[in-house]
Design a binder for this molecule. Structure first.
Ligand code: DGY
Length: 326
């Protein structure tokens, strides 16, 4: 009889995820914040058949080299830019992700950043706490309008579309861009107009990124692209930090044309450290959150349990529901 597979779960997970994964094999639980970089795990890596990873766990050719028995990487995220998909495909390692379950939570946070950046909510909070609010003034923290403005959405998958639905509720006009255009019925239902990448940046008051990080989207928001944006416009990023040139963004916030930004993700994020462009950190017109777009309780549980479901299905019949094709 075949022995049970050994599974490394890189961090503690909420809900019933760990119990579910234990149905498929013997689980070794990694330390929070260390994950697959744990030397102890790597030393005994030879026998692991599956990894359950977070987006901060870098799964590259060097790691795969140390895990010769590996057959599955179940990522607890929709994004898979932490995984070298080509290297996994070359070794017949299946990769799964958690699409669908974090759509609404991510759009909620993106819209929260949009409101906070446009209406200067974080600046207001700082002013009140520091005793700077000494009574109503007509010119205190006057922000940019949300209602009636144009939102440009880059990447119109599930999350981009959820953002469009929220924007319609706020009386915004919605433009979108992505590789392929939706069918006209869906465009009408979402009230969204398809435009080119150039047009989305040039014609929007607020641009929100919802694209995956790929070779094509790395530094998509460059100084050249930022220079085409409207005076006073706003950039929201809940996708991946490396889609934006942070130094160029800082310059555009300082010298124009940008009026504000809302950022949940950063170009240099790892398991244990984040290094944000120092000029960007100094910009008062940026609202920052620490990569929490999908961090509501129900969503976190759903993400963990979706990854568990993928893993259990893989070992049951080799057919997990959310395979990432390379
Ligand atoms: C993902 O799943 O890719 C998100 O960034 C997690 O919040």
């Amino acid at each position: 009889m075949r022995s049970e597979p050994r599974i490394f779960v890189s961090s503690p997970l909420p809900g019933r995820a760990i119990e579910q994964i234990q149905e498929a094999g013997n689980v070794v639980l990694g330390k929070s914040g260390v994950g697959v970089r744990d030397e102890e795990f790597l030393e005994e890596g030879a026998s692991f058949e599956a990894l359950v990873t977070l987006l901060t766990d870098r799964v590259d050719a060097a790691l795969l080299e140390r895990l010769p028995a590996l057959r599955l990487v179940a990522n607890v995220a929709v994004g898979t830019d932490n995984i070298d998909l080509a290297a996994c495909a070359a070794r017949n390692v299946v990769v799964t992700n958690t699409p669908g379950v974090l759509t609404e939570a991510t759009a909620d946070l993106a819209f929260g950043l949009l409101l906070a950046a446009a209406r200067r909510i974080a600046e207001g909070d700082r002013m009140v706490r520091s005793g700077g609010f000494q009574g109503f003034r007509f010119d205190t923290l006057v922000g940019a309008p949300v209602h009636g403005s144009t939102l440009g959405i880059v990447g119109f998958g599930r999350i981009g579309q959820a953002m469009a639905r929220r924007a319609r509720g706020f009386g915004m006009h919605v433009l979108y861009t992505q590789r392929s255009r939706l069918n006209p019925n869906m465009e009408t239902a979402l009230g969204a107009t398809y435009v080119s990448m150039e047009e989305v940046f040039a014609q929007s008051d607020i641009v929100s990124l919802h694209c995956p990080l790929t070779d094509e989207t790395k530094n998509l928001v460059s100084s050249k692209r930022l220079s085409t944006m409207r005076p006073g416009s706003i950039l929201i990023n809940t996708a991946r930090g490396a889609c934006v040139d942070e130094a160029a963004l800082a310059a555009a916030l300082r010298e124009g044309p940008l009026g504000a930004a809302g950022l949940d993700v950063f170009a240099r994020e790892s398991t244990t450290s984040v290094s944000i462009d120092i000029e960007l950190l100094a910009c008062k017109n940026v609202v920052f959150t620490p990569h929490i777009a999908s961090a509501d309780l129900a969503t976190r549980v759903a993400m963990a349990e979706t990854a568990a479901k993928n893993l259990v299905a893989f070992f049951h019949d080799g057919n997990p529901p959310n395979v990432v094709r390379y």
